[in-house]
Design a protein. Structure first.
Length: 209
């Protein structure tokens, strides 16, 4: 799916969808979203010889990185929506066992990086600016990357000269990637059970995910 550009499709860049719920745009009461520090990180191990120029570089795969999602709002109705939207990320982690909570996510900027699922690490408190009265809250998240196959015991090879970076082209998913959807569904079921007595979520909206 092509990523909408931010000039002719500004509304698509003004909203984010997490777990089927929308923040920003008409469906999210026009709250604002800012993505801070998201990137696609490749680990390169460089071994340098003493007194020598150059280095032996070994590609060690894609590693997930933490980044922030900063939500902001300024009206009572938007605040009420946030009190319900945040329930998506509040759960009793002791009931989830070893299963990391994984949520599908969609924003054009993240789509361009191939980030389609996240784990939520930290839910920040609501802060209100004394001057502007702008309310905001942030989530610290990490891209979810499927674990490597259990039989992946070979040592990564050194990167050959003039090797182009990996692409995000279409391909058949690996077995571990295919397990992501099942893991997301298990997460939703476990969190729904732990939040059975919480305030109901807003209606789940259909979208690119």
């Amino acid at each position: 799916m092509a990523s909408p550009d931010p000039f002719n499709n500004a509304q698509a860049w003004d909203q984010i969808q997490i777990g089927g719920m929308v923040w920003g745009g008409p469906a999210g009461l026009f709250g604002k979203i800012r993505i801070q520090g998201a990137s696609r990180f490749y680990k390169i191990d460089a071994k340098k010889g003493k007194g020598l120029n150059g280095a032996t570089q070994t590609y060690q795969g894609q590693h997930p990185k933490k980044f922030k999602l900063i939500f902001s709002w300024w009206t009572p109705s938007q605040h009420d929506y946030w009190t319900r939207f945040q329930l998506l990320f509040l759960f009793d982690a002791t009931k989830l066992g070893s299963l990391p909570p994984v949520w599908p996510i969609y924003h054009p900027a993240l789509q361009l990086l191939g980030i389609t699922a996240i784990c939520v690490e930290d839910v920040g408190a609501v802060e209100v600016d004394e001057v502007t009265k702008l309310a905001s809250a942030s989530l610290t998240v990490e891209q979810f990357v499927p674990p490597p196959p259990l039989n992946a015991t070979t040592t990564p090879k050194a990167v050959p000269p003039n090797t182009p970076p990996p692409t995000l082209g279409s391909r058949a998913p690996t077995a571990s990637e295919a397990a992501v959807i099942a893991q997301i569904n298990q997460t939703k079921a476990a969190i729904a059970a732990s939040n059975a007595n919480a305030i109901p979520h807003p209606p789940v909206l259909s979208g690119p995910i």
